[in-house]
Design a protein around this ligand. Structure first.
Ligand SMILES: N[C@@H](CCC[C@H](N)C(=O)O)C(=O)O
Length: 318
């Protein structure tokens, strides 16, 4: 094992936490080994050893974002690659893209970026105070080849390994299952038979590995808490609210938030007619995201991003 150290920044977007590494610092030779080691929840990067607030941040991470900035373009271009805790690379990560936008903002002071991902180039904007980021997420795709699912018709509300799911690609493949009963807004605690009562670590893996998903899939549970109302000029509009839980491919477990998953839930809810309008508040366990899913157009994902700590970790932990 080399003792060479590489600078890292830790950020999270609604609890989906990432180590960010400047890809121009070309010292990480094996990105998969780096992610496997430093993302481990038991033995990975420890916030306390970097002076992070004890107890408020978790050890390890949901992935490593390798990022490079190309500031000769306007808006500034940022290239991002997500390497996950199992060493795999994901084409897109919604919360990761929000973190990347904030990281690039912290470096450059800019508020607008074009982020190059393996799923395409996405426009990102960071709020004036830097605490919130919005990403254009592309158009959610239900076509079997786009998801991909191994069948001829879109997979909508069909039973797969015991869950009734719909399949959609929002940069990466997602299965979305609606259940009854969200978590209580005041306490954050689910009802005895609602979304938080489901044993996700048991029900999700068979769907995540089902033959119908040739590249695997992320598995989302969703519960419509409020379908929203169109309101009127005087009273304004009540946005729909949906609770979210996601079991992520690559993490192979439940995360506190998943941005592409939140967009997938909003897209499926709109397609199934479960919500009024095309803007929805999605509530993963780690916070609140606002999603827009205009029919046949780019979706957007908006939510808070926070910096946790900076430090240096072993570049070559093999
Ligand atoms: N947490 C991410 C999704 C990351 C990719 C996913 N685990 C996959 O392998 O498809 C998000 O915020 O979108």
């Amino acid at each position: 094992m080399s003792t060479h150290a590489v600078p890292v920044e830790k950020y999270h977007g609604t609890g989906n936490d990432f180590l960010v590494v400047d890809a121009d610092v070309r010292s990480v030779r094996d990105r998969a080994a780096f992610a496997r080691t430093h993302c481990d929840r038991e033995t990975g990067v420890d916030p306390e050893s970097f002076g992070g607030e004890s107890g408020s941040h978790r050890r390890g991470a949901d992935g490593v974002l390798f990022v490079s900035v190309e500031d000769r373009y306007r808006p500034t271009r940022v290239v991002m690659t997500l390497v996950q805790p199992d060493g795999s690379t994901a084409a897109m990560c919604g919360n990761g893209a929000r973190v990347v936008a904030r990281w690039a903002h912290d470096r450059t002071g800019d508020h607008e970026f074009m982020i190059d991902t393996q799923a395409g180039t996405r426009r990102a904007t960071v709020s004036t105070d830097g605490t919130e980021a919005t990403i254009e997420m592309g158009t959610p795709a239900f076509a079997p080849r786009a998801v991909p699912v191994a069948r001829d018709d879109p997979l909508i509300e069909e039973s797969i390994e015991g869950l009734t799911v719909s399949a959609v690609n929002t940069g990466v493949p997602h299965a979305v299952a609606f259940v009854n009963g969200g978590r209580d807004a005041a306490t954050g605690v689910g009802s005895a038979d609602g979304i938080d009562a489901v044993d996700l670590e048991t029900v999700a893996p068979p769907v995540r590995h089902a033959d119908v998903f040739p590249e695997g899939g992320n598995v989302n549970l969703a519960a419509v808490v409020d379908r929203g109302s169109s309101g009127d000029e005087a009273t304004g509009r009540e946005l729909p609210v949906i609770d979210q839980r996601t079991y992520e491919r690559g993490v192979e477990g439940e995360t506190r938030s998943c941005g592409t998953g939140a967009v997938a839930i909003a897209a499926v809810a709109a397609r199934l007619g479960l919500i009024d309008g095309d803007t929805v508040v999605v509530r993963p366990p780690g916070g609140e995201l606002t999603i827009t899913v205009p029919d046949g157009e780019q979706a957007t994902l908006t939510g808070p991003v926070a910096h946790e700590f900076s430090g240096r970790v072993t570049a070559d932990p093999r």
